[in-house]
Ligand binder design. Structure first.
Ligand code: HEM
Length: 279
């Protein structure tokens, strides 16, 4: 328990790292949310009214899909640069990943608007929507600490408010102070009062026990918040991986298994092989 607390205190300094804070204001992200929703409504409207025809693989739409998909890969780059020391400026990559994802979404939406949403690749679009909305929700509606954590690699319990941190520091200072009279030889991180202390200094012992109880309540709350956060983050990463895998499968099937994708219809898009088609 004492050593866990020590570890947490060490983590707190990481938490203040100046390299992580994303430099995108809440206002901009709320505007982003509005744009994404507008694009989504437009996509569904165009699609339902069959405005672009049912030809998502037309050369220009295929090109649009490719550009969009490449732009959507920047989050992957962001994630890699964050994990390596390749980039001197993680905030730049954070901003780039948000902006590029949004642009990518607009491009891909155009491609999707020409196809059927209720299809296998349509699921990809749903995954993409989930990722974008989840990312924005983390940044706009949850605390700044949360999003900082969301954009950082530490999945442990670094999530906390400044008040909690100060409160914990205060408790430890008070405990250390009490300990000087209670048991001058003892180490605050390892000490727990026993009957001998209670008999010699009943009031000090009671105060110390009260402080220790408050400390463990705070630490517990922090840990619970940390767990929820790391679950949320893991879900984001899992869906992102599914999405990337889905794009790879989709692109490989339309390019190499064009015959299979087209079925009885003609292959009208750029492709390299017609595997899987009727002979
Ligand atoms: C996030 C990326 C993408 C999403 C969400 C997506 C989604 C879709 C959807 C919903 C369809 C319509 C399926 C149907 O109507 O049955 C479709 C068709 C198609 N996509 Fe994509 N796509 C993406 C990326 C790409 C890329 C990068 C290419 C480039 C190779 C591509 C090539 C095609 C082609 C050729 C078709 C036409 C297939 C047909 O007409 O049956 N897509 N895509």
């Amino acid at each position: 328990m004492a050593s866990t607390r020590r570890m947490e205190l060490e983590h707190m300094s990481h938490y203040d790292r100046p390299d992580i804070p994303p430099r995108i204001s809440h206002r901009h992200l709320s505007q982003g949310l509005a744009v994404i929703t507008l694009v989504l409504v437009l996509t569904v409207t165009l699609q339902v009214n069959d405005f672009l025809g049912k030809r998502p693989g037309l050369p220009w739409l295929q090109l649009v899909a490719m550009i969009g998909s490449l732009l959507l890969m920047t989050p992957l780059l962001f994630s890699l640069t964050k994990r390596s020391s390749l980039s001197a400026s993680p905030p730049f990559w954070f901003a780039a990943h948000v902006l590029a994802s949004m642009a990518g979404f607009v491009f891909v939406s155009l491609h999707v608007a020409a196809g059927r949403l209720l299809s296998m690749p349509g699921i990809l679009y749903v995954l993409l929507l989930f990722l974008i909305y989840q990312g924005i929700v983390a940044r706009v509606f949850l605390s700044r600490q949360f999003s900082r954590q969301f954009g950082s690699r530490e999945a442990s319990f670094t999530l906390t408010t400044t008040t909690t941190r100060h409160e914990l520091a205060g408790i430890i200072a008070a405990k250390t102070h009490l300990l000087k009279s209670l048991d001058p030889q003892a180490d605050e991180a390892l000490f727990s009062p026993n009957l001998k202390h209670a008999a010699a200094h009943p009031l000090l012992t009671l105060n110390y026990a009260r402080l220790a109880a408050r400390e463990s309540r705070l630490v517990g709350a922090r840990r619970r918040a940390g767990r929820a956060l790391s679950l949320w983050r893991r879900l984001h990463i899992l869906v992102a991986l599914l999405f990337v895998f889905g794009i790879v499968v989709h692109v490989l099937t339309v390019i190499f298994f064009a015959g299979y994708v087209a079925g009885d219809d003609a292959i009208y898009w750029w492709h390299l092989a017609t595997w899987g088609g009727h002979t």
